[in-house]
Write a protein that binds this ligand. Structure first.
Ligand SMILES: *Cc1c(COP(=O)(O)O)cnc(C)c1O
Length: 493
């Protein structure tokens, strides 16, 4: 079925298209005398000739990128069940609105009286996020969820220092996303891992034990957690923390499961980041511009980054005069285009639409859970919300691991689920369909997963050798991680 060598040769031929002297674009002949760059540009800014760039025609370039784009897989093609990532469809109305010239062509240094519309938009988004979180204020500046975590933890640190306390520890459950401990450490804390209960939820007794030491700054906890399980004792946990002068940092990456239904503010959160590219449908991008606003309680509001958009009379202003602020965490006002898209999404759904969005996400995840429960093992089998974490323990009996299942899914035309996370589930397959999917797509995915479960029993070698239909077959994952090739090099370099 496959001949990787032949394929690689073919790739070599179609990937490298350069041909000396070929050009893609020609400028019209000069109608004015040619200027001498050395006479007009300061020497330090002048560069020499760039050589070694590909020399290609317009057709070559067009075909190259179009072909590459077809090798990709996207939410516009089908289900993208990457758990925790909430890969929902990005509605086109968001893009239309973000491209309006009055928004897209603004300059971040324009005077305030010229950008009242943009300020109003940021203000409205803040109000909408306050409404769906029940928190006091929101900064729109951070560029991603992880950046929001860092921002929140820096505010917690500053609030403690303002009380004259230098607490060192941050408690983090073992089901947490890896960015949580990373952000806590970046903000100058030490992390303490908290084990989970047999139900996969927060171990309150363990939290209490650590709180007795008096050195705990905060608990960072995801609600619902990364198993898709709601934390039933979150209100109690918040009260315990507050009683000991510690803060509750809530990871809001899973807000999609309960937006419009429950309020983190009411649960006792002091800080919460919101991944606009998850819950609010802005594109994830390839590590491109993102947005991870942070909502805070009244207690943390004085420490918010500057500037904040404030109302003055009928207009809006950018307020920098906030003595407690942690400063800026991002150039200008964050990634404005993402804020536009998120507000477009929120306004087009409205209050009821947001609620049914969350209900749809939970319904879809539970539909997949029910349909696949006979084929794949569930380590935590209590009720779950918007995602479900299976594992490969039924398949490993035949020597088929989660990576093999993921690779085989590519042959069936689906993006694989998140794998090997959360860490407390060995061989995890974490599936989050989101509310974007209709029953046909979910059924097609179920059929593929069932077929792979059958293959794992009957023809395990077939699954272990997958994928067969992709432009590149099984990669050497260790080498890819240890010696990544991150940029194009001239052949022979
Ligand atoms: C995605 C995610 C994050 C990090 O968010 P980014 O926007 O990717 O930086 C943190 N925690 C959880 C649970 C997540 O799913």
């Amino acid at each position: 079925m496959s001949d990787t060598r032949t394929l690689r040769d073919r790739e070599g031929l179609i990937f490298e298209r350069s041909s000396a002297g070929r050009v893609g674009y020609q400028l019209p002949p000069l109608e004015v005398p040619q200027a001498d760059p050395a006479a007009t540009v300061p020497a330090g800014l002048l560069r020499g000739e760039i050589d070694g760039l590909p020399e290609v025609s317009e057709v070559d370039v067009m075909r190259h990128f179009t072909r590459l784009s077809k090798w990709n897989y996207s939410v516009d093609e089908g289900l993208y069940p990457l758990g925790s990532c909430t890969m929902k469809y990005n509605p086109r109305i968001n893009e239309e609105v973000a491209r309006l010239a009055g928004l897209a062509q603004l300059h971040p240094l324009q005077p305030e009286d010229q950008v009242q519309g943009a300020l109003a938009l940021m203000w409205q988004l803040e109000q909408a996020l306050i409404a769906v979180t029940g928190m006091a204020r929101v900064t729109l500046q951070p560029a991603a969820g992880a950046h929001g975590e860092l921002t929140g933890m820096l505010m917690i640190r500053k609030a403690l220092l303002a009380r004259g306390e230098r607490r060192r520890k941050v408690l983090i459950p073992d089901s947490a996303h890896g960015t949580n401990p990373a952000s806590a450490v970046f903000a100058g804390f030490e992390t303490v891992e908290i084990g989970s209960t047999p139900q996969g939820t927060l171990d309150l007794a363990a939290v209490a034990r650590h709180l007795d030491g008096g050195d705990v700054a905060a608990l960072m906890v995801t609600v619902p957690n990364t198993l898709g399980v709601f934390e039933p004792e979150i209100v109690k946990a918040a009260a315990m923390l507050h009683e000991k002068g510690a803060f509750l940092y809530m990871d809001g990456a899973n807000l999609n499961a309960f937006v419009g239904i429950a309020l983190p503010g009411k649960m006792g959160a002091d800080a919460l980041h919101i991944n606009l590219h998850k819950t609010f449908s802005t594109p994830h991008g390839g590590g491109g511009p993102g947005a991870g606003p942070v909502a805070v309680s009244q207690t943390l509001a004085p420490y918010l980054p500057v500037p904040m958009v404030e109302r003055v009379g009928e207009g809006y202003t950018l307020a920098y005069d906030r003595p407690g602020t942690i400063g800026k965490v991002r150039g200008f006002y964050g990634n404005f285009g993402m804020l536009v898209r998120a507000l477009a999404y929120i306004r087009s759904l409205g209050r009821d639409g947001l609620k049914s969005m969350a209900e749809g996400a939970v319904l879809n995840a539970n539909y997949l859970r029910k349909r696949l429960a006979a084929d794949y093992h569930l380590q935590y089998d209590g009720p779950s919300l918007h995602e479900v974490v299976f594992d490969d323990s039924i398949q490993t009996a035949a020597g088929v691991k989660n990576i093999d299942i993921a690779k085989r899914l590519l042959d069936y035309g689906f993006h694989p689920p998140t794998m090997s996370f959360p860490l407390i589930v060995h061989g995890a397959l974490m599936i989050e369909p989101t509310e974007s999917e209709g029953i046909d797509e979910l059924d097609a995915f179920v059929a593929a997963m069932k077929a792979i479960a059958r293959e794992a029993r009957e023809t395990p070698d077939l699954v272990r050798g997958a994928p067969y239909s992709t432009p590149v077959q099984r990669l050497d994952e260790v080498r890819a991680a240890r010696q990544p090739v991150l940029r194009w090099r001239r052949p022979g370099d």
